[in-house]
Design a protein around this ligand. Structure first.
Ligand code: PXL
Length: 278
């Protein structure tokens, strides 16, 4: 069995980060160890007065203990990280736990729709860029890509613009880029654009755009993509399952008119996820 360690916050309510990664990675038949980097009562997207407890100093302690047991991971998957210090500890963790075949997957979860998430200052993207520089694959949305590159955010683009963004992101250090939420035909479809700077290969997979958005779908996509690639799926298969599953979760959630911030009903879609893997 393959083993991932995911390093991100615990948002106790609101279905994102670890509360999404753990069930989905497990459902895909991959062991999921966790390093919770902070504990929040809810995520920061749409709730007021959420609590935030830093677990910064636990990161090196957990790492040290695991080193005593020589615990190894097939993949290291990072998501939302609360501050510069956590990023530094995570970079240190990667340097200690990266073996010859370890896949380092970084979701630079920090922004959407042109804006940084609540609580991040304008310096934060430069720290996230340092983490991206040590990854094998990064999976930003177009807002995060713009912050990482310090270029203006736009939704008005064509494929040559997206390819150029991917090339510049690869210059940061990660050889493989998956840009999420990308559309090329007047917003009718949305999907993921892949670029491999070593081979020059590109791949785009999209589905019809749904008339709804829910918090946590980026984490749904990343968890399924990372688990699929860790299982050894081709990039085409892993991206297809990740996009199709995320779309299915949104479709299942729409009729219930659930608050955007409460996340998607991924639990009811797990049987289909297992079908998609066949
Ligand atoms: O889904 C990304 C995410 C994860 N964790 C926390 C967040 C967000 C996005 O807002 O606030 C705490």
């Amino acid at each position: 069995m393959k083993r991932i360690v995911t390093i991100q916050d615990v948002s106790c309510f609101g279905k994102c980060s670890i509360t999404v990664a753990l069930p989905l990675v497990s459902a895909m038949g991959v062991e999921c160890a966790i390093i919770p980097t902070s504990i929040l009562s809810t995520h920061t997207g749409g709730f007021k007065n959420f609590t935030f407890t830093d677990l910064n100093e636990d990161i090196p302690k957990i790492a040290k203990h695991w080193q005593e047991y020589d615990i190894k991971f097939d993949s290291i998957y990072t998501g939302y990280l609360g501050n510069e210090k956590q990023i530094n500890y995570v970079i240190d963790f990667i340097s200690k736990f990266r073996g010859e075949n370890t896949f380092v997957f970084v979701d630079p979860a920090m922004a959407d729709k042109g804006k940084l998430y609540a609580g991040f200052d304008k310096e934060f993207p430069s720290h996230m860029a340092r983490l991206c520089s040590v990854a094998d694959m990064i999976v930003p949305n177009i807002t995060e890509a713009s912050f990482l590159l310090d270029i203006p955010y736009t939704e008005d683009y064509d494929e040559s613009y997206i390819l150029n963004v991917c090339k510049r992101l690869a210059d940061l250090g990660a050889k493989k880029i998956v840009l999420t939420g990308i559309h090329f035909d007047q917003n009718k479809t949305q999907g993921a654009y892949f670029y491999d700077s070593e081979t020059g290969k590109t791949h785009y997979y999209c589905r019809d755009t749904l008339d709804a958005s829910f918090h946590g779908t980026g984490d749904t996509f990343s968890s399924v993509l990372c688990a699929g690639l860790t299982r050894g799926y081709s990039i085409e298969k892993a991206i297809k399952i990740a996009v199709d599953f995320t779309v299915l979760c949104i479709e299942k959630t729409i009729p219930d008119k659930i608050n955007h911030s409460y996340g998607v009903k991924f639990e009811e879609c797990v049987p289909e996820l297992i079908e998609m893997m066949k």
